[in-house]
Write a protein that binds this ligand. Sequence first.
Ligand code: SF4
Length: 376
Amino acid sequence: MSDAVLKDARTISSLVAKIGAVVGQRDRPLAFMEVCGTHTHAIASAGLRRLLPKGIRLVSGPGCPVCVTPVGYLDHAVALGSRPGTTLCTFGDLYRVPSSHGSLELLAASGGRVRIVYSARDSLDVARERPSEDVIFLSIGFETTTPTIAAVLEEAEREGLANFRILVGNKTIPSALRAIARDPETQLDGLLLPGHVSVITGWHVYRFLADELQLPAVVSGFAPAEITRAILELVQQATTGRAEVVNQYARVVTAEGNRVAQDLVDRYFEPADATWRGLGSITGSGLALREQWARRDAGRVDIEFPEPEEPAGCRCGDVLKGLIDPPQCPLFGTRCTPDAPVGACMVSSEGSCAAWYRHERLGLELPGRADTQQGG
Ligand code: SF4
C-alpha cells in the first residue's frame, strides 16, 4: 500500500469515527442523498456504506442522465430512427436501455442506422460523411454535458451543416432537487451535491435548499476522503438543526459557475418542463431549443409513436427517489443484471442498480433480501 493510500485510509477512518461520535444512536437513520451518478459509483466502489455507522443511510438520487431519461424519449428516438434515410447518433449507455417495445440496439439489429459516438462532436463527422441523410444526435445530459452540445450546434451553424439535428432530452438538476426535497415520501436530512454539475452552475443555485427547505447540502469532490468529509458536515448540520449550503469543492466550484458555458447554453436553449423517469413531469426542469433553432430540432418532426410502457416490475422510479435501495427491487440480480438489464438504472455505468450490482452485492442474499437493506 502506498503512503498516499495509507494516508487516505487514516483520514477516512478518523472522519468515520467523528461521524459515529456525532450521529450517536438514532431511532431513524439520517438519510443523505448523493445526487450525482459519479458519487454513487465512488461511494459504492470505496465501500463507504459499509464503513459508515448504522445511523447514516446513503441513498442515490437522480444524477444519472440515462437513468432519468423516460421511456417515451426512447420510443420517440426509435420512431425517428425507423424512418428511411435517418441515422441516429447516441452515447453507448442509451443504446441498450429498453424502450416500450425494443431498444436502439434492437433497431440497429433490424437494419436501422444507429451510430454510437463518444462525444456530441463525433456526430458532426457522421453528418459530414452522410450529407444526404438526416443525422440526429440523441441529446441527453445535465448541465455538464449541455454546453458541449451547444458548442456542437454552434459548429453546425458555422459550417452550414443542414442535415444535423438533435432530439433534446437535456435536464437541469436544481428543479429536480426541489421536487425531490419537497416530496414527503423521501424524508431526506441532507444532500451531497454534484461536483461536476456545480462547476457549470455554481453553488449559489442550491441556496434554496437551505433557505427555503431547511436542508443541509454540501458540494463535494469525488475522492472517498472528500465524500466522507462532506458526510461529516451533513451530520454536523443535521444534528444541530443547521441548514447551510457548504462548498467543499472550492478548487473547481465557484459561487457563480462558468459564465461562458452558461451563456453558450442560453444562446441555443431555453427552460422547459421535462419528464423524468420515476419523478414524472417537473416544471422548468428541462431544456428546449429556442424557436430560432427550430430547424435543428428533431422533436418537431411530425411522427407518431406508441404510449410509453415502463418495463414490467422495474422499480427504477423508487430507486431514483431514494425510496428503496436497488436490492429491494425483486428483479435485482436475478432477471435484471448488467448483462441483461431490465431498467435504465442497471444499464448505465452511472446507474445506482449497476453500482450496487458491481460493488455492494457481497453479503446480500439474492433476490432482494429485505433484512440486509439499510432502510427503505
Ligand atoms: S434492478 Fe433492474 S428492474 Fe430493478 S429497479 Fe434496478 S434497473 Fe429496474
